[in-house]
Design a protein around this ligand. Sequence first.
Ligand code: SF4
Ligand code: SF4
Length: 120
Amino acid sequence: MALFGMARTVVGNFFSRPATRRYPSPQREPHVTPRSRGKLEIDIAACIFCGACAKRCPTAALVVTRAEREWSIDRLRCCTCNACVEVCPKKCLAMSPRPPAPTVTKDKEAFRQPPAGGMG
Ligand code: SF4
Ligand code: SF4
Protein backbone atom coordinates (compact mmCIF):
# COMPACT_ATOMS: atom_id res chain seq x y z
CA MET A 1 0.00 0.00 0.00
CA ALA A 2 2.84 2.35 0.90
CA LEU A 3 4.51 1.38 -2.36
CA PHE A 4 1.41 2.32 -4.30
CA GLY A 5 1.29 5.74 -2.59
CA MET A 6 4.94 6.36 -3.37
CA ALA A 7 4.49 5.31 -7.00
CA ARG A 8 1.59 7.70 -7.32
CA THR A 9 3.78 10.54 -5.98
CA VAL A 10 6.62 9.66 -8.35
CA VAL A 11 4.33 9.55 -11.37
CA GLY A 12 2.61 12.76 -10.28
CA ASN A 13 5.96 14.55 -9.94
CA PHE A 14 7.05 13.24 -13.30
CA PHE A 15 4.18 14.95 -15.05
CA SER A 16 3.96 18.12 -12.95
CA ARG A 17 5.98 21.30 -13.20
CA PRO A 18 9.06 21.61 -10.96
CA ALA A 19 8.33 22.94 -7.47
CA THR A 20 11.50 25.05 -7.61
CA ARG A 21 12.93 27.39 -10.19
CA ARG A 22 16.43 28.00 -11.40
CA TYR A 23 18.20 30.93 -9.72
CA PRO A 24 19.05 33.68 -10.56
CA SER A 25 17.10 33.29 -13.78
CA PRO A 26 14.18 33.38 -14.26
CA GLN A 27 13.62 35.97 -11.55
CA ARG A 28 10.39 36.35 -9.68
CA GLU A 29 8.99 39.69 -8.62
CA PRO A 30 9.59 39.98 -4.86
CA HIS A 31 6.52 39.81 -2.67
CA VAL A 32 6.22 43.38 -1.42
CA THR A 33 3.64 44.88 0.88
CA PRO A 34 3.53 48.51 2.03
CA ARG A 35 4.99 47.39 5.40
CA SER A 36 7.75 45.24 3.92
CA ARG A 37 11.27 46.18 4.98
CA GLY A 38 13.47 45.94 1.93
CA LYS A 39 16.18 48.52 1.52
CA LEU A 40 17.36 51.37 3.71
CA GLU A 41 17.37 54.67 1.81
CA ILE A 42 18.89 58.01 2.81
CA ASP A 43 18.12 61.55 1.79
CA ILE A 44 21.75 62.57 2.13
CA ALA A 45 20.98 66.26 1.64
CA ALA A 46 19.06 66.29 4.94
CA CYS A 47 21.66 64.36 6.99
CA ILE A 48 23.52 66.28 9.72
CA PHE A 49 26.02 63.44 10.37
CA CYS A 50 25.09 63.19 14.03
CA GLY A 51 25.90 59.46 14.02
CA ALA A 52 22.80 58.46 15.98
CA CYS A 53 21.87 55.87 13.36
CA ALA A 54 25.29 54.23 13.46
CA LYS A 55 25.26 54.13 17.28
CA ARG A 56 21.85 52.44 17.31
CA CYS A 57 22.59 49.94 14.54
CA PRO A 58 22.81 46.45 16.11
CA THR A 59 24.88 45.01 13.26
CA ALA A 60 27.40 47.85 12.76
CA ALA A 61 26.20 48.22 9.20
CA LEU A 62 26.46 52.01 9.22
CA VAL A 63 29.49 54.28 9.33
CA VAL A 64 29.07 58.04 9.63
CA THR A 65 32.07 60.29 9.12
CA ARG A 66 31.24 63.83 10.07
CA ALA A 67 34.56 65.30 8.87
CA GLU A 68 34.09 63.86 5.39
CA ARG A 69 30.31 64.36 5.42
CA GLU A 70 29.90 60.74 4.47
CA TRP A 71 27.28 58.16 5.42
CA SER A 72 27.87 54.59 4.31
CA ILE A 73 26.12 51.27 4.66
CA ASP A 74 27.23 47.67 4.36
CA ARG A 75 24.05 46.18 2.92
CA LEU A 76 25.16 42.64 3.65
CA ARG A 77 25.17 43.50 7.36
CA CYS A 78 21.86 45.33 7.44
CA CYS A 79 19.08 43.18 8.88
CA THR A 80 16.43 45.86 8.12
CA CYS A 81 15.49 46.19 11.77
CA ASN A 82 14.45 49.83 11.18
CA ALA A 83 16.13 51.07 14.38
CA CYS A 84 18.14 53.72 12.51
CA VAL A 85 15.01 55.04 10.80
CA GLU A 86 13.30 55.45 14.16
CA VAL A 87 16.23 57.23 15.82
CA CYS A 88 17.19 59.67 13.05
CA PRO A 89 16.44 63.21 14.28
CA LYS A 90 16.18 64.60 10.75
CA LYS A 91 13.91 61.84 9.40
CA CYS A 92 16.22 61.45 6.45
CA LEU A 93 16.26 57.64 6.62
CA ALA A 94 13.45 55.53 5.20
CA MET A 95 12.88 51.84 4.65
CA SER A 96 11.89 51.09 1.08
CA PRO A 97 9.65 48.02 0.79
CA ARG A 98 11.61 46.70 -2.18
CA PRO A 99 14.73 44.63 -1.43
CA PRO A 100 18.15 45.69 -2.71
CA ALA A 101 19.52 44.06 -5.82
CA PRO A 102 21.55 40.89 -5.23
CA THR A 103 25.26 41.53 -4.88
CA VAL A 104 28.41 39.47 -5.18
CA THR A 105 30.76 42.02 -3.61
CA LYS A 106 31.16 43.20 -0.02
CA ASP A 107 31.56 46.85 -1.01
CA LYS A 108 29.97 49.49 1.16
CA GLU A 109 27.61 51.95 -0.43
CA ALA A 110 28.69 55.49 0.43
CA PHE A 111 26.76 58.74 0.17
CA ARG A 112 28.43 62.11 0.49
CA GLN A 113 27.10 65.56 0.96
CA PRO A 114 28.76 68.04 -1.37
CA PRO A 115 30.71 70.80 0.36
CA ALA A 116 28.65 73.87 1.15
CA GLY A 117 28.17 75.84 -2.06
CA GLY A 118 29.33 72.87 -4.22
CA MET A 119 27.42 71.10 -6.97
CA GLY A 120 26.10 67.48 -7.04
S1 SF4 B 1 20.79 59.71 12.40
FE1 SF4 B 1 20.01 60.70 10.53
S2 SF4 B 1 20.94 62.74 10.56
FE2 SF4 B 1 22.09 61.49 12.02
S3 SF4 B 1 23.82 60.65 10.82
FE3 SF4 B 1 22.17 59.14 10.73
S4 SF4 B 1 21.05 59.61 8.86
FE4 SF4 B 1 22.28 61.41 9.35
S1 SF4 C 1 17.94 48.89 9.50
FE1 SF4 C 1 18.84 48.13 11.42
S2 SF4 C 1 20.56 46.82 10.75
FE2 SF4 C 1 19.97 48.09 8.98
S3 SF4 C 1 21.33 49.84 9.07
FE3 SF4 C 1 19.44 50.41 10.16
S4 SF4 C 1 19.83 49.93 12.33
FE4 SF4 C 1 21.40 48.87 11.08
